[in-house]
Design a protein around this ligand. Sequence first.
Ligand SMILES: [Zn+2]
Length: 175
Amino acid sequence: MIYADAFRVSREEVDEMGIVHYQDRVLSGESWSRGPVILSWRDIEQDTQRGYEGHNVIIHEIAHKLDMLDGSANGIPPLHMAMPVPPWTDAFSTAYAALNHRLEHHHEVCVDPYAATSPAEFFAVFSEYFFCAPDILHAHFRDVYRQLQLYYRQDPLSRIHTDKTADQPVHEAAE
Ligand SMILES: [Zn+2]
């Protein structure tokens, strides 16, 4: 489902303490576990035009969808048969803790701090980087990159390198 612009949602959410919070937020995208993915067209356009590094609302929301295939948005989608779970959880929990640690100590981070919100957002934001800024992810979070490479069954970093060589100007010798 695509809306023309970012959209406002108002709803009540019950936290783990049983306290009901009323939330009023403006969103650029949203995924429901047994429902639609909702996207703002304006944000999709901004991602493609401005192309700010590692950001893509479509990938973000689809990653949430994949994560929720096993029923819960916890940052672990159902993995392929050949993928053992421990390396995934090790890579992701180490990186998640490291990111939160840096933010708590006011250090600069190389990814969108929104990733530190929850394991589910971490997976969604890192999926954005995997496809849109694989060089950043590979340089700073190699173990996570490796797991995402196995999960998405591709290596976006190799595409960047190929593109760069393809972009080299060809000089014809003029005599
Ligand atoms: Zn999200």
